[in-house]
Design a protein around this ligand. Structure first.
Ligand SMILES: [Zn+2]
Length: 187
């Protein structure tokens, strides 16, 4: 069975059996917190469970690395909208150990793109444009540095209130143990 068909088949039963009922909540985050984390598959359920987050508790943004690289990129846009629209008062930037984005090199991804049929001409054309492809695809040096940098971008954003609390943490993708890198209450 194709993946889409299997998802739709499951979905039909899910709705019919009213399995959604245990997830019923509002769009307003109960705990008034926002979490930015990595899209790592080990953290899909582990991260919210390890932080005692249930449906309705928090806004959660995910990307490769759980990282903010741009003060006016998509993650910051989501954060700013959440802070003002949903009265978020604390933000948790949560990196994790053994992250695939740590020490990631752009050529590693671009070589794989070539293997999957992207022509080297296309890559060279993008490299010759104003896009800094290497910087864009290169990962971070250490997760602690990445978290601290992201916290710094949020904490000093000109469109966010100074009283906004921004924490930086690292989670273990096996045990869910959290280590605090930056305690936002002290900043
Ligand atoms: Zn990761």
């Amino acid at each position: 069975m194709k993946k889409l068909d299997s998802i739709l088949q499951y979905n039909y039963e899910f709705v019919k059996d009213e399995k959604y009922k245990v997830f019923e909540t509002s769009k307003h985050p109960e705990k008034k917190i926002l979490i930015l984390g990595c899209m790592d598959t080990r953290l899909i359920e582990l991260l919210p469970k390890a932080m005692n987050i249930k449906n309705g508790d928090a806004k959660i943004i995910k990307n490769a690395g759980g990282i903010i690289t741009d003060s006016f990129g998509h993650e910051m846009r989501s954060i700013i909208i959440s802070v003002y629209e949903f009265n978020i008062d604390e933000i948790y930037i949560v990196g994790h150990h053994k992250c695939g984005v740590c020490k990631l090199e752009s050529d590693y991804i671009l070589d794989k793109a070539v293997e999957r049929g992207i022509s080297k001409d296309t890559i060279n054309m993008i490299k010759a444009s104003s896009v800094d492809l290497e910087k864009w695809l290169t990962g971070f040096e250490t997760v602690e540095m990445s978290v601290a940098n992201s916290v710094n971008i949020v904490k000093n954003h000109p469109l966010l209130p100074k009283e906004l609390i921004v924490h930086g943490m690292v989670i273990c993708p096996e045990t869910g143990k959290l280590d605090v890198i930056i305690n936002g209450y002290n900043n």
